[in-house]
Design a protein. Sequence first.
Length: 450
Amino acid sequence: MSRFTALDDVRGALTGGLVLPHDAAFDEARRPWNLAITQSPAAVATPVDIADLRTLLRAAADLGAQVAVQPGGHGASGDLVDALLVRMSGFDELDIDLERGTARIGAGVRWGRVVDALEGTRWVAPAGTSPVVTATGYTLGGGHSWFSRTAGLGSDNLRAAWVMRTDGTHERVDDETDPDLMWALRGAGGIVGVVTALEIDLVPAPSLWGASLVFDASDATAVLRAVRDLSADAPATLNVFTNSMRMPDVPLLPPEIRGQSFVTVQAVSTQGSADTLLGAIRSAGAVRREQSGPTSPAVLSAQSNEPTEPTASRGASVALRTLDDAVIDDLIAYRDRPEQASIIGIDIRMLGGALDAPRRAGFASLQGVGWIVYALAPLFPGAPSGPGDASLSGFRELLAHGKAERTVPTFLSPGQSLDHAAPALEVARLRELRMRVDPSALLHEGRLPR
């Protein structure tokens, strides 16, 4: 009889839920957001209060199992065999203080709820592009947003956290009470404690303005160079994403984009119109469609076109020191090859600004990094995975010579560990801290290198 049979007894001690492998709901409960990943935990728990968490920690310790807290939208790796998978959806508090410019956000709250609550307040959240990602998972993994050039990474905006330690102690920690723990929470995830809530800084946006310029793919080289040149003088209040799409010729797509290729430059300013700054980009090619004017967090969230239901996804990202002409030429030539059709989208995010001057110490950092480039190769039902995997591998190899030492942990692919996101000395510091705060390794090690 499996030692995990004892979890049947634990279920009765919880106010929240516990789904076991013999339950009909288990397959659905264990699914991560990314359906391309298979997870085989010993059970899936949904605690609703501190008492539930303490019960789960004690049960895991008695069974010799690990506790793996998995946020919505980020964090799945598949390596959860025999772990007790915990989902924090029951921790749903949200308290926004507009006078202080802060928010207390429960570990189960998704960004969409925070964004909606800030509509019309002249404040924005340092939130990612997806409204369904939990604020906690995003922040603890670093988190890059529309406003990172203005306010830094999501983790840099973390003021305090309510953390349950493995001995059952639950307390508020900040940089004064436990600077080492806060350093780890800013990017390394929840491998040093179970976070039940965060306190974050909001971003002042007195006059939020956005623009979207769409070009033909034939103008991609000139457009990317114009965006690169803008980065040298762009104020920190301006944030720019560039997206190159090559849509497959499949019936499920709308006729206006089916089989089409195009490049889109999106800009967001927190200090009103930045239209004049986009002049060189606008003149780099023939603008096929343009939209600009006042915008809002809710509009930006809606325009992200991120999936709102779990899907099978696959991608690769590389953080670059610079984006020179050779890199641009190589990138465009690579993705234009017919054999790279599996890559339908490449995102290029301008860094710098506040990212080069982080306000708080944290494991995650993009200081000195110029760009993040991300390639998307969706997994379509029934289609072979080999071509897409090969394309993404080639994408990484193509950009490897300009790869920066750091990237954001939330941009790591499944299977990549934290040594892909930070220097060896910082990974060693993280490992030492984890051994100190969790000597029995009760918490799952997450992306910490084995």
